[in-house]
Ligand binder design. Sequence first.
Ligand code: ADP
Ligand code: MG
Length: 257
Amino acid sequence: MLLSVENVHKRFGGLVALQDVTVGMDEGRIFGLIGPNGSGKTTLVNIISGFLRPTSGRIVFDGREIQAEPPHRIARAGLCRTFQITLNPARMTVMENMLLGAKQQTGEQVLRGALHPMAVRREEAANLQRAWELLEMVNLHHHADEFAGSLSGGQKKLLALVQILMAEPRLILLDEPVAGVNPRLIDDIVDVIFRLREAGHSFFIIEHNMGVVRRLCDRICVLDMGQVLAEGAPDDVLAREEVLQAYLAAGGDVEDA
Ligand code: ADP
Ligand code: MG
């Protein structure tokens, strides 16, 4: 198993945000985390990515316990995330943003850079090449030299997605990848995620758009009031009475959640 969340509890003062949550996913899959507002999704993602510590329980990524690691160590181990609100530095070009996402560069270690200038140049060339290919995949290569701030909202989401890939992650955590994106661009984003999965990438996705969840995810887990309510194939899980009830009780509908 690539990622395993084991008996995780999280309390904020007197409030129990997560209670004995156990979920896991295999490599090469798209795993979806859904649930009504306030059910604990963001809290769980913050714990997995190291921005919060669980009150108790374990997170095992690629065979290694990470629940006590800080975010940058977890990212370096290959578990990278996007945020619900994407913030690419607006006054940098699209290409500069991409290169910013690249893995630890040899040139950053001054001594190594001085001793191995050819190695540094090769690495930079390889990063440029990879950045260009990724931009081509999401059709942003024509905008490579424009400021990231001039892109549309949907294009910024696509940029955030491919920028993460510059770090060559083992698992990509996406927090609502299609929120606030127009329907045509939603199809583009779904298509890109599928192609990346075909190329062997793994995704852990929080998503409110149920159509997208059905199309994308191999398995989903439903959180309700901090507990796992159901887990399995999307069509099975979304048809369960207790899942519909949970969304209705939270004042929403499973179709427009
Ligand atoms: P979701 O992302 O599913 O909407 P959250 O994980 O944001 O849910 O929140 C789960 C519960 O934990 C909510 O009741 C929320 O108010 C509470 N909560 C989240 N973060 C904090 C915090 N930093 N301090 C106190 N309570 C929090
Ligand atoms: Mg949330």
